[in-house]
Design a binder for this molecule. Structure first.
Ligand code: ASP
Length: 337
């Protein structure tokens, strides 16, 4: 159990009523149920713990290293993480952990674990059960980076935080849940990703290149806004967040800007602003124009997965053409092709 920070590990200071992180070594006191598990649970706490709004790529590397160093000692890992950027971290780790054969289950909560109505206890307890679950051959039931939240287990790189208040905070709109927790834990084995070959050692891909710009398209967007992103010094790629199935304005200046971006060698990756469904640049003339200029499809990727996939692929190669080709394939089940 790796505690990185976030609401789950906080409790109310009885004097000030403010939320403060509790000493994670005392987790057994907060969650006495942990003693009932028939397995050994060790815990590790980041120091300092962080609000997940402060997550940066070096944090992902640290987290991946902790998992890698301890990999052979444990059957699975539960990462306690703030919910705000949990989908980014789970997506990033899915690309960074190569040949993963053990569960890495991210979880957190909307209410601190020390509060009466907390959702944190159930989230934590079920996450541990899932991280420890093995089949008859002693292999992990879910050898993936996933997020467990409020009765559902999701593939991490398919999730988005979509609700800031509800206990059901996450959604995986374009991919089925990997498990449902009720009286029993029902694993949807046909949707879980298994290693092609078991027994390979875990490798950590630490190369992350963050030279990416993001351009959200909106009615009324101006050339100045476009140019500010496209001309950001040093960037190698731009994610354009488009309408519907990957559509954008057809005005001459807009198409010219896109052409200029591609002509400069930038990777322009098209991700839809919609929560569900896929980019299809053949569906409308507006999308066809983008495809013609060399824009790459993000398919049904979440924004979080598209961004971290770019970070990862750019970190693997200095050649943007190679990255463009690799974007068209699923690396860790993040797109449905
Ligand atoms: N701001 C917190 C975080 O993401 C919220 C949470 O933990 O749910 O770290």
């Amino acid at each position: 159990m790796i505690y990185t920070g976030g609401t789950i590990g906080m409790k109310q200071d009885p004097d000030t009523l403010a939320l403060v992180p509790f000493n994670f070594n005392q987790i057994q006191e907060e969650v006495p149920e942990l003693r009932k598990f028939g397995c050994t649970i060790d815990s590790y706490s980041f120091n300092p713990v962080i609000d997940s709004s402060d997550v940066v790529p070096s944090f992902w590397i640290e987290l991946a290293e902790i998992i890698s160093i301890n990999y052979s000692k444990y059957d699975g890992f539960v990462v306690l993480h703030g919910t705000d950027t949990m989908s980014y971290s789970a997506s990033a780790l899915s690309f960074m952990l190569e040949d993963l054969e053990k569960p890495v289950v991210f979880t957190g909560s909307q209410l601190p674990i020390g509060m009466l109505r907390t959702d944190g206890k159930e989230n934590l307890i079920s996450s541990i059960e899932i991280a420890a679950a093995q089949d008859a051959n002693g292999r992990a039931m879910v050898p993936e980076v996933c997020i467990y939240f409020e009765s559902y287990l999701y593939r991490g790189n398919r999730t988005t935080k979509y609700n800031a208040e509800n206990f059901r905070a996450f959604r995986s709109a374009n991919y089925p849940v990997l498990a449902e927790v009720g009286i029993h834990i029902k694993f949807n084995t046909s949707f879980i990703r298994y290693p092609k070959e078991w027994g390979r050692p875990l490798r950590v891909n630490k190369g992350i290149d963050t030279r990416v710009g993001v351009l959200k398209i909106f009615p009324g967007i101006t050339p100045q806004v476009m140019d500010a992103v496209i001309d950001t010094p040093g960037i190698r790629a731009v994610i354009i967040e488009t309408f519907g199935s990957g559509n954008a304005p057809t005005s001459e200046w807009f198409v010219k800007s896109i052409k200029r971006a591609v002509g400069k060698g930038l990777i322009v990756l098209n991700v839809t602003q919609c929560q569900a469904g896929s980019v299809d640049m053949d569906a409308y003339a507006t999308g066809v124009a983008l495809k013609k200029e060399g824009v790459v499809s993000g398919y049904d990727s979440t924004f979080e997965a598209a961004l971290t996939k770019l970070f990862f692929l750019l970190g693997q190669s200095n050649d943007n053409d190679i990255v463009r080709q690799r974007l068209a394939h699923s690396v860790k089940g993040e797109i449905s092709i």
